[in-house]
Design a protein around this ligand. Structure first.
Ligand code: ZN
Ligand code: ZN
Length: 365
């Protein structure tokens, strides 16, 4: 797609740079920013949601070689010239010959890879070494020379929503106060004696009002290929570096395409915004404790961006079970599934019991 000017090989985006680099002869090609030198590019603007949702079919398209995984259903673009491949999400073999040139919705933005493959690999090894109670042969199985577990650079699809949210709520503000109460207690000699205790009480006042907040870049995964727990660990992404989509940033990497549509994901985004508004409502109610009986949210100026976020992924099978590992390729944050060694855990429990028995025995003496 982007041939090297000196040897003709396909140029790949070099993580952490603004360059395309030839993997064979090292020739570099700068991806020129749209602004003049020294000037910060303007942050990527969201599309008005209604316009985007209505014109979905008419939005800008991009052509790519798309391979669909028969095992987990993820569809990822393949870099040019790939001859053998596995699905980055489930490690099932992908057959490049079956990949199809497809017309895809063009993302609005892309967060370029910043962490290089070698760095991600080192983080993966350190993470494996740091696991407690992991089977001893795990590291070998996960990073084995067979190529299984090798990291793949993948751009994950996300919808990023902006919205101005207004919450109208009704609730109560609770204010604590103290009262003295006389209680009867039994002293050390077993006699009943009266004693004064301070007891906390709460007085409640009605609290109704509205809170407004302008949300920016509320992220919702546009595919279910990674569990939500992965996405939340990998946050935040460092979206300040988000660039307008340019196919050159994707060159040499895979990019998954969306499977969750923009309307369905908006439902998730609204729920997330509603949850975030609860804390703001509590702050406005004030007092010592708050009760929110109901809140009604309205949203206006809803905007959306279809964006690609970078991860280094390894999917590996250990004793027949699938495990996954991901590095946020923008911030270096690491997360993954992990196997536990039943033997090591059993040994640790036995050791703990021995120590406990010893402590009790010494205490008796
Ligand atoms: Zn070259
Ligand atoms: Zn798969």
């Amino acid at each position: 797609m982007f041939p090297c000017s000196s040897c003709g090989a396909a140029l790949h985006f070099a993580p952490g740079t603004r360059h395309l680099r030839c993997p064979y002869c090292g020739t570099e090609n700068e991806i020129a920013p749209a602004t003049s030198a020294g000037e910060e590019p303007a942050p990527l603007a969201a599309q008005p949601y209604d316009d985007f949702a209505a014109a979905h079919g008419g939005a800008a398209r991009v052509q790519a070689l798309l391979a669909s995984c028969k095992s987990c259903g993820a569809s990822t673009t393949l870099p040019e010239g790939v001859t053998a491949s596995t699905c980055p999400f489930c490690a099932a073999p992908l057959i490049p010959e079956e990949a199809q040139r497809t017309d895809l919705l063009q993302p609005h933005g892309v967060l370029p890879f910043r962490i290089a493959a070698a760095d991600a690999q080192a983080r993966f090894r350190a993470w494996l070494r740091g696991l407690w109670f992991a089977p001893g042969d795990l590291a070998q199985a996960a990073t084995g020379v067979s190529g299984a577990g090798a990291l793949q650079g993948v751009y994950l699809p996300f919808w990023a929503y902006d919205a101005h949210c207004t919450s109208t709520y009704s609730g109560q503000r609770g204010e604590h106060y103290w009262v003295d109460r006389v209680v009867t207690v039994r002293d050390s000699q077993g006699r009943q004696t009266p004693q004064t205790q301070r007891v906390q009480q709460t007085r409640w006042y009605p609290a109704n009002g509205t809170v407004e907040y302008a949300f920016k870049d509320v992220l919702v995964a546009a595919s279910p290929s990674l569990p939500a727990s992965f996405a939340s660990v990998l946050e935040p992404w460092g979206l300040e570096a988000l660039a307008a989509y340019d196919a050159r940033y994707v060159s040499g990497f895979r990019a998954e395409t969306f499977r969750t549509d923009v309307a369905t994901a908006l439902g998730t985004a609204r729920q997330r915004m509603k949850d975030a508004m609860q804390a703001r409502i509590r702050a406005q109610i004030g007092g010592d404790v708050q009760a929110i009986h109901s809140s009604e949210e309205t949203y206006r100026d809803v905007g959306v961006k279809y964006i690609l976020l970078p991860v280094w992924m390894a999917a590996y099978r250990y004793r027949g079970k699938l495990y996954r590992f991901a590095v946020n390729a923008s911030t270096g944050e690491v997360t993954g599934d992990r196997p536990w060694s039943a033997v090591k855990i059993a040994l640790a429990v036995i050791l703990a019991l021995i120590v406990l028995a010893l402590v009790l025995w010494l205490g008796e003496k």
